[in-house]
Design a protein around this ligand. Structure first.
Ligand SMILES: Cc1ncc(COP(=O)(O)O)c(C=O)c1O
Length: 407
């Protein structure tokens, strides 16, 4: 379930590259891609990795080796995907509420765009007539593991609403824009197909409106992975089988083979990542021992932003007595990684490994409190580590200040 990198290797990487450190395992990424691909049986499947999860160029290269495309939400992500060698034909742009200049940037680069607002459609018809587009719809269905991660429900800001479908059909019928895809993304941590099935039927109904031009049906991402040792993953084989069967029926119905698009983020990279952190001290005097680490929510935000559980192990003392700890970061705020967590005894200088750190880890990192973002290492399938991003230095922090001259 978690990263298969051995503790001894992680400790040796900590020694060689310094701490804190993100370590990713290419073999885990490869395995997740293979699992996803083999779970769906449709005439054509495209995986468009949602790189908001982790957009480091070395990781994008690893993913593109499998022929996967990249789903992006900003010009920055598009440029990173292009820099990774991913051709524009394999990149899509699925933003939310951005300036039309960003759409222009995407179209001029040859990136396929997803549209979910009327004014954007009208603007595009004026400036880029004839462009092939995907329309994003909001099925009005609640799904996903956390309220902040449920983006396909009523009132969410994403996608055309259920009551706009007819109107959008009417408008696009009078435009030169070509609707070649329909799209939905329900949210993250979708662990069963119940709510998904309902949304899927909605999307297929929507797709019928554009049956003459449609080429792709994009089901989004959000496939659940386990964060806790007792947690479950989505049964992707059963899910893929069921979803494929319905898709193939739909292709039969409209008399053409379509492409199914999936946009997984965390499913591909979460388990591949570890954040290694050094224990700066342990306070024994409170109600619970408190372990301080030389990192914080500036490096890994999920526990603080979503109350997320992240499994943490003590690499340095795997056989130590188990006690409950609060584990906190070094930021001058409540900065909690774990509360009342059973851990093998933690000592000053130990190295803790926060698991499942691949997704929404580095990409959400910041310089809060004037802290540097850590280095990232990708361990290749042959076990060789490669530094894919160096740690920041004071120059990175200062370089955007006007008048700063590096010394
Ligand atoms: C449009 C879209 N697709 C895919 C994803 C990936 O979600 P996950 O990382 O849960 O698979 C997201 C995440 O926010 C998204 O907004």
């Amino acid at each position: 379930m978690f990263n298969a990198l051995p503790s001894a290797q992680l400790l040796s990487l900590a020694d060689s590259f310094g701490l804190p450190l993100f370590v990713y395992d290419a073999a885990t990424i490869d395995r997740q891609i293979d699992t996803l691909k083999s779970s769906f049986d449709v005439p054509s499947l495209e995986i468009r990795y949602a790189c908001k999860a982790l957009s480091t160029i070395g990781v994008l290269k690893q993913i593109y080796k499998h022929g996967c495309g990249i789903d992006t939400v900003s010009p920055g992500e598009m440029i990173m995907a292009l820099e990774a060698g991913v051709p524009a034909s394999h990149i899509s742009f699925t933003p939310s509420g951005v300036l039309t200049e960003e759409y222009a940037f995407a179209i001029e680069k040859g990136v396929h765009v997803h549209v979910d607002q009327l004014h954007v459609l009208e603007w595009m018809e004026r400036h880029f007539p004839g462009t092939a587009i995907t329309l994003r719809f909001n099925p009005g269905i609640q799904a996903g593991g956390h309220s902040k991660l449920q983006v396909g429900s009523d009132g969410s800001k994403f996608g055309f609403l259920t009551n706009q479908v007819e109107e959008i059909f009417k408008r696009t019928s009078a435009m030169s824009l070509r609707v070649t895809g329909v799209h939905m993304h329900l949210g993250s941590d979708i662990g069963d197909s119940g709510s998904f099935d309902q949304a899927y039927e909605f999307l297929l109904n929507v797709a019928r409106h554009w049956r003459d031009s449609i080429e792709r049906i994009d089901l989004g991402g959000g496939f659940k992975i386990p964060y806790h040792p007792n947690d479950h993953a989505i049964n992707i084989e059963a899910f893929g089988k069921k979803v494929s069967k319905r898709f193939n029926q739909f292709c039969d119905e409209i008399g053409r083979n379509l492409t199914m698009v999936l946009e997984p983020g965390k499913f591909l990279v979460s388990a591949a990542g570890n954040l290694l952190m050094e224990v700066t001290g342990v306070r024994e005097e409170g109600p619970l021992p408190m372990a301080f680490v030389s990192s914080g929510f500036n490096h890994f935000l999920r526990p603080m932003s979503y109350g997320a559980y992240q499994h943490i192990i003590n690499l340095s003392n795997p056989d130590g007595e188990v006690r409950n700890y609060d584990i906190v970061g070094y930021l001058c705020e409540t900065d909690s990684f774990a509360t009342n967590r059973p851990m093998h005894a933690i000592r000053k200088g130990d190295i803790l490994c926060l698991m499942n750190a691949g997704a929404y880890g580095f990409t959400m990192a910041s310089n809060y409190n004037g802290r540097f973002r850590p280095a990232e290492v990708l361990v290749g399938t042959d076990g060789t580590p490669a530094l894919i991003r160096r740690a920041e230095t004071i120059h990175d922090l200062l370089r955007t200040y006007t008048g700063y001259t590096p010394v």
